[in-house]
Design a protein around this ligand. Structure first.
Ligand SMILES: Nc1ncnc2c1ncn2[C@@H]1O[C@H](COP(=O)(O)OP(=O)(O)OP(=O)(O)O)[C@@H](O)[C@H]1O
Ligand SMILES: [Mg+2]
Length: 233
């Protein structure tokens, strides 16, 4: 088997609140491999977003180790972490966070531009990516001119624009109706298999969780693997 893209060891996260320390992650261990689609479930407040933020280098865990492609990213300074985040991690959220004044093509091209691609090449790649998701007719539309499912597909294309190794999604279909949710999920599934990205997807949708390669539930700050037939919290 190949090496894990994401490795978490003993990850803890404690927030300081007015009532004192609140520990939401109490020692999380997790390995995710290339081309794997892994679900993360758990009730609201169980720490799913906290885990994704630590895994995606948006926040530092209180303790424990985060490795991306074997590299211990906890030891790095913020500049180096930002560089890794931009080049190796893609994010998708419940709400698309596309730039409203940019069309679909330029939203997808943006991460490539930040990575230093020339405009025409970035736009050409963005158009190809959008076309492969069935959005060839939408490349010049702004987000407000697209449906929720189309917006999320554009957000998916953007998250994968720089060829990340790791894809983190926080309830990517949480804002969509069931049928659209299913079809966006199928797009996500296809992209994971095609690109070999390692994907960790937080979801409240147990139907979708049933279609993931593996599923983990956050329970009292720890991960518990769930089998296909019992994918409730
Ligand atoms: N910056 C913060 N400061 C204090 N407490 C926080 C902070 N961020 C999150 N929390 C608390 O940590 C707990 C876990 O939050 P988190 O957002 O990770 O949960 P979640 O599983 O993603 O929930 P949801 O399903 O509602 O998105 C919650 O009790 C939340 O109130
Ligand atoms: Mg959350």
């Amino acid at each position: 088997m190949s090496d894990p893209v994401l490795s978490l060891r003993g990850v803890t996260r404690t927030y300081q609140t007015a009532q004192g320390g609140l520990t939401v992650l109490k020692g999380v261990d997790l390995d995710i491999f290339p081309g794997e689609l892994v679900g993360l479930i758990g009730p609201s407040g169980s720490g799913k977003s906290s885990l994704l933020h630590a895994a995606g280098l948006l926040e530092r865990p209180t303790s424990g180790e985060v490795r991306i492609d074997g590299e211990d990213v906890g030891a790095l300074d913020e500049r180096a972490r930002t560089r890794i985040r931009l080049s190796r991690v893609g994010f998708v959220y419940q709400f698309h966070h596309l730039l409203p004044e940019f069309d679909a093509r330029d939203n997808v091209a943006l991460p490539m531009r930040i990575a230093g691609w020339p405009l025409d090449q970035a736009q050409a790649r963005a158009e190809a990516a959008l076309a492969s998701l069935g959005l060839a007719e939408r490349t010049r539309h702004q987000p407000a001119q697209m449906s929720g499912g189309e917006q999320q597909r554009v957000a998916l294309a953007r998250s994968l624009a720089n060829g990340p190794r790791l894809l983190l999604a926080d309830e990517p279909t949480g804002n969509l109706d069931p049928a659209t949710s299913q079809s966006v999920f199928e797009t996500l599934q296809t992209l994971v298999k095609e690109t070999g990205v390692a994907a960790l997807i937080a979801t409240h949708n147990m139907e979708l969780a049933g279609h993931m390669d593996r599923v983990f539930a956050l329970k009292d700050g720890h991960l518990e693997e769930r089998q296909a037939e019992s994918r409730e919290y």
